[in-house]
Design a protein around this ligand. Structure first.
Ligand code: 13P
Length: 250
């Protein structure tokens, strides 16, 4: 069975002092979590959060990285830097990075390869816009985004990564995919992985849903057989709300 994984994506929120306070508030609330718990914080907070969560069941995540190991890439961070700062996970290809920073499927692929090579676990985000869904391209698009991002990884490596299905129209809008819609599209992603990498990888790979997931809808989404977790934006910024999502089984 796949271990569920609930990850907060704090996006561009929280100073180091605020991040420390949020992490410390979460520790007692999620210590008996039925899943893996990840905090995807801005890089400026890595030191404060990794210090706060040391020895707990919470893991640290980054929100982006560069694919090169080092070099003249002003403003960028490498996989080794994230690892050294205590990260276990790195969110890659979030739709906000694709939309505002022109990140392509090929760039996401380079980043995924570099992350896996360095020993980070990528959380690879895929998802369709509203017009793409309305025009009937959802399945083709998410399968293409997923397989492009994973190109060059072995089946064994694919088994270890996390994919996040985040319909763009559900991000930060309060509009959430129905349980059935989310389950169906996550199933499409798993089927694409099955076709390319085989049974073992498809059975092992964890696929999250993300997009306006909150304490009220987490239970229904998490009961879907294909959905292995959540990538949580707004609701991850308050300890009580995030803890309720983490305890989706209550
Ligand atoms: P919201 O939960 O705020 O809709 O954001 C989802 C998201 O983008 C997580 O990566």
């Amino acid at each position: 069975m796949r271990t569920p994984i609930i990850a907060g994506n704090w996006k561009m929120n929280k100073t180091p002092a605020e991040a420390k306070a949020l992490a410390e508030a979460l520790i007692p609330l999620v210590q008996d979590a039925p899943c893996e718990v990840v905090l995807g914080t801005p890089a400026v907070n890595f030191a404060a959060v990794s210090e706060a969560i040391r020895g707990t069941n919470i893991k640290l995540g980054a929100q982006n990285m560069h694919w090169q190991p080092s070099g003249a890439y002003t403003g960028e961070l490498s996989a080794d830097m994230l690892l050294a700062a205590g990260c276990t996970y790195v969110i890659l290809g979030h739709s906000e990075r694709r939309q505002y920073f022109a990140e392509t499927d090929e760039a996401v692929n380079r980043k995924a390869l570099a992350a896996v090579k360095a020993g980070l676990i990528p959380i690879i985000c895929v998802g369709e816009t509203l017009s793409q869904r309305e025009e009937g391209y959802t399945d083709t698009l998410v399968a293409y985004q997923t397989l492009t991002a994973l190109t060059g990884l072995t089946a064994g490596q694919v088994a270890q990564v996390v994919v996040a299905y985040e319909p763009v129209w559900a991000i930060g809008t309060g509009e959430v995919a129905t349980d059935e819609q989310a389950n169906e599209t996550v199933g499409v992603i798993r089927a694409a992985i099955l076709g390319q990498y085989g049974d073992a990888a498809a059975d092992a790979v964890r696929i999250q849903y993300g997009g306006s997931m909150n304490p009220a809808n987490a239970g229904g989404l998490m009961r879907q057989p294909e959905i292995d977790g959540g990538l949580i934006g707004g609701a991850s910024l308050k300890a009580e709300d995030f803890a309720k999502v983490v305890h989706f089984d209550k």
